[in-house]
Design a protein around this ligand. Structure first.
Ligand SMILES: O=C[C@H](O)COP(=O)(O)O
Length: 259
């Protein structure tokens, strides 16, 4: 990792510079009066511009070739936030911190701090279903930045962890998949279980997001499940999630989702 570790706060033409960081993200709660909101994971400024111009609701910085929640180098996170804000794009920007075991709390918190310092609205952190997950959640709740914990559906839903995440002051909770070769979220978990996750999180007053190899053909079911946010990467690429983002696929998916 050769990235600058502490790029410092973004000083830019951010139209929301005076707002608390999580506000724009939290404003997405409620599913936009029936409209399914879309998060797209991007790896660099080129892809970020494509999704911002397509009107995607949340721009999520992630390096898909580095794992389920692979981290983008910090200098790229900083570059993207500055460029999007300077261009007047006001969508919330999230970033992931990489795939970490639950016991690596200090390293995760350090990376959360460094990522937040790049100016993102929210930092997404994967929380494996393992001993130590509750301690990690508690530590993340005390981080000096808005964090959204991400659970993994292919590890099974842990009710106690979900309850804890709903109780702690996170702006949202997401459900994704860790293994991208084993089908989509909706194949890992049945629809009633996904609905349970969504209603539990929304019932706690938080934004409920789902992701995990979701496809355009699942748009109707996604709308019926009514999360606040549906996240995509693989469906936006020609040749797998680690390939480049395809503008044609992006347009087709955005049209299908907004149908
Ligand atoms: O946060 C959203 C993920 O990047 C979704 O990735 P995926 O669609 O390849 O599972």
């Amino acid at each position: 990792m050769t990235a600058r570790l502490e790029p410092g706060p973004v000083q830019s033409a951010n139209p929301r510079a005076a707002e608390p960081a999580a506000t724009a993200f939290e404003r997405l709660r409620g599913g936009g009066a029936g409209r399914l909101r879309m998060l797209a994971s991007v790896r660099d400024l080129h892809e970020a511009r494509l999704v911002a111009e397509a009107g995607v609701d949340v721009i999520d910085l992630k390096e898909p070739a580095a794992g389920a929640l692979g981290a983008v180098p910090l200098h790229v996170v900083h570059e993207v936030v500055v460029a999007l804000r300077a261009a007047g794009h006001a969508q919330p920007v999230t970033a992931t911190v990489g795939d970490w075991p639950v016991h690596a709390r200090d390293a995760v918190l350090e990376r959360v701090r460094a990522t937040a310092a790049c100016g993102v609205d929210v930092v997404k952190v994967g929380v494996e279903r393992a001993d130590g997950a509750a301690a990690l959640l508690a530590a993340l709740a005390g981080a000096p930045a808005p964090v959204v914990p991400v659970f993994f559906a292919d590890q099974g839903l842990d009710e106690a962890l979900l309850a804890l995440a709903c109780w702690l002051p996170f702006p949202g909770v997401m459900l994704d998949t860790a293994g991208k070769a084993d089908g989509s979220l909706l194949e890992c978990l049945d629809a009633p279980s996904v609905r349970h996750f969504i209603t539990r999180v929304q019932g706690a007053g938080k934004l409920a997001g789902i992701a995990g190899s979701l496809r355009a053909s699942q748009a109707a079911l996604l709308r019926e499940l009514a999360p606040d946010l549906a996240g995509f990467r693989g469906a936006l690429c020609e040749g797998g999630r680690a390939a480049g983002l395809s503008p044609q696929r992006l347009q087709a998916l955005a049209t299908e989702i907004n149908n």
